[in-house]
Design a binder for this molecule. Structure first.
Ligand code: FAD
Ligand code: NAD
Length: 467
């Protein structure tokens, strides 16, 4: 059958735009369909990029207000222009979306702005913002429609006082106080942004630890550091409702002792996870199936409709931009008949607090649960010359490796530049380099990276320090 395109990608987040670029590079006639009039999806517009822009500014501000004096820098009348704080973030986003427009043109990818809905497994109707419609056909489709903020019973996100991360990235005025439901990744990143610029922040978390899906020691260390910085953290507490009182929000929760408590603040930020997004996609007109959590069901990213694939937040697995990107490449190359590779055990997780938190592979809890015999090397940032020079003494690197052969099974880091350091751990693990071999590599001195070498040395029994 003659079709308009070889491949049409629905959704232009990091999954979708990477899939489209790889498809075009491989010689496919490719189009991308995006519901909003801007490319980039959650990550570029209301996720990774804007949150990191605000984290960065808030970190500079905090350095001037809290750390500069100690280094002999006296600066008077430091203030934050909140409007410029948000405007600069918006500009950073625009630079990224402009870059994507350029990449689509460069790779001759046709862009359609409008909501895509399947009419059949080969036809997609696109409804634009002005309600005009057109239908395009393709031999293959890639669903990359991403996710939306989730909520909990009793808490309705009204985008006014009860907000999601999307609104929290574009507030008009600096909040005096904010209560955050959820001490997961979004919760602790947003808490960091706002507490650094002077908002009183309280996190209410259901679990008994922050960032509960990561290695337990990381959450405990982060708890200590964030508490010290002034963030109030309430664990073991289940939020039951949030109410908009006009100019404030009141959150009710059951605390660890089972007592009903309330907190009132300018905003209640709901950060209890995200849910896959397939509304209006017309999948009922195809054989594509959803699982019990509303995710598109796939086998090696192929749906029950053999010419339709799905990637990113809308399918099972970590809701992370780099996972979506790798899946985009995987699907384009699969359609081409190549043999692409993704190692789902080695997708790193990073939390952009200060210090940063990063992990890859198994956590210590997972190794214990599996009954794996492992050895551990743990090195504190306190003992790093580079960290001392910068005054960033919090945190540690923990290497977990196979007890007998030294195969690296997991690396868990909390400390300055953990987000960048974790890449070395991923490399070691992907290519099965042992802790002994990692300890033989020469690292420049003084660098943060040396903390990793020291932890590899500690794991293999040759470390100067093992915490
Ligand atoms: P998305 O980025 O969600 O893109 C999906 C796109 O599809 C959207 O543009 C949507 O409008 C479009 N769409 C939906 N339905 C249709 C339709 N029917 N027709 C046409 N278009 C449609 N991840 C990280 O790895 N690192 C981070 O630092 C990070 N920070 C984050 C911070 C925040 C505040 C949030 C909310 C998320 C963050 N994430 C981060 C997660 C990351 O944003 C997602 O994992 C990633 O965006 C998923 O990519 P995706 O391509 O699957 O979907
Ligand atoms: P999350 O799953 O990381 O955290 C949600 C938290 O809310 C959990 O700790 C959970 O125990 C808690 N919770 C749930 N119900 C509760 C209740 N009733 N009361 C109190 N606490 C409750 O989800 P998130 O932080 O919303 O992030 C969503 C997704 O976005 C994540 O999958 C994450 O991977 C992605 N993200 C990634 C980054 C990054 O890579 N740096 C940054 C932001 C978001």
């Amino acid at each position: 059958m003659q079709t308009d395109f070889d491949i049409v990608v629905v959704g232009s987040g990091p999954g979708g735009y990477v899939a489209a670029i790889r498809a075009a590079q491989l010689g496919f006639k490719t189009a991308i369909v995006e519901k909003y009039n801007v490319l980039g999806g959650t990550c570029t517009n209301v996720g990774c990029i804007p949150s990191k822009a605000l984290l960065d500014t808030s970190e500079h501000y905090h350095t001037f207000t809290h750390k500069a004096e100690k280094q002999g820098i006296h600066a008077d009348n430091i203030s934050l222009d909140f409007t410029q704080f948000i405007a600069r973030k918006t500009d950073v986003v625009k630079q990224n979306t402009d870059g994507l427009n350029f990449l689509m043109k460069k790779n001759k990818i046709q862009v359609f702005f409008g909501t895509g809905a399947f009419v059949s497994n080969t036809q997609l109707k696109i409804t634009a913002a002005d309600n005009s419609e057109q239908t395009i056909t393709a031999a293959y489709f890639i669903i990359a429609t991403g996710s939306k903020p989730a909520t909990i019973p009793g808490v309705a996100i009204d985008k006014d006082r009860i907000i999601s991360s999307t609104e929290a990235l574009s507030l008009k005025n600096k909040p005096e106080d904010m209560v955050i439901i959820g001490g997961g990744v979004i919760g602790v990143e947003m808490a960091s942004i706002y507490s650094r610029i002077g908002t009183r922040v309280t996190i209410v978390e259901y679990a008994d630890n922050l960032i509960p899906t990561m290695d337990r020691e990381l959450g405990k260390e982060l708890h200590k550091i964030l508490s010290k910085s002034g963030i109030e953290i309430i664990l073991n507490s289940r939020v039951q409702s949030a109410k908009n009182n006009g100019n404030k929000a009141t959150v009710s929760y059951l605390d660890a002792a089972g007592e009903q408590k309330e907190i009132t603040a300018d905003y209640c930020l709901v950060a209890v996870g995200r849910k896959p997004y397939t509304a209006g996609l017309g999948i009922e007109n195809t054989k594509v199936q959803l699982d019990e959590r509303g995710r598109v069901q796939t086998n090696d990213l192929q749906t029950a409709e053999p010419n339709i694939y799905a990637i990113g937040d809308v399918v099972a697995g970590a809701m992370l931009a780099h996972k979506a990107e790798d899946e985009g490449v995987f699907v384009a190359e699969t359609i081409k008949g190549l043999t692409p590779h993704i190692n789902y055990n080695l997708i790193p997780s990073v939390v952009y607090t200060w210090p940063e938190v990063a992990g890859v592979g198994y956590t210590e809890e997972q190794l214990k649960e599996k009954g794996v015999s492992y050895r551990k090397g743990k090195f504190p940032f306190l003992a790093s010359g580079r960290a001392r020079a910068a005054g960033d003494l919090d945190g540690f690197v923990k290497v977990l490796s196979d007890d007998k052969y030294g195969e690296v099974l997991g690396v868990q880091i909390i400390g300055a530049r953990a987000a960048d350091l974790i890449a070395q751990a991923v490399t070691a693990m992907e290519f099965e380099i042992t802790d002994i071999e990692m300890g033989k590599i020469c690292y420049a001195h003084p660098t943060y990276a040396e903390t990793l070498k020291d932890a590899f040395l500690a794991a293999s029994g040759r470390g100067a320090i093992n915490m």
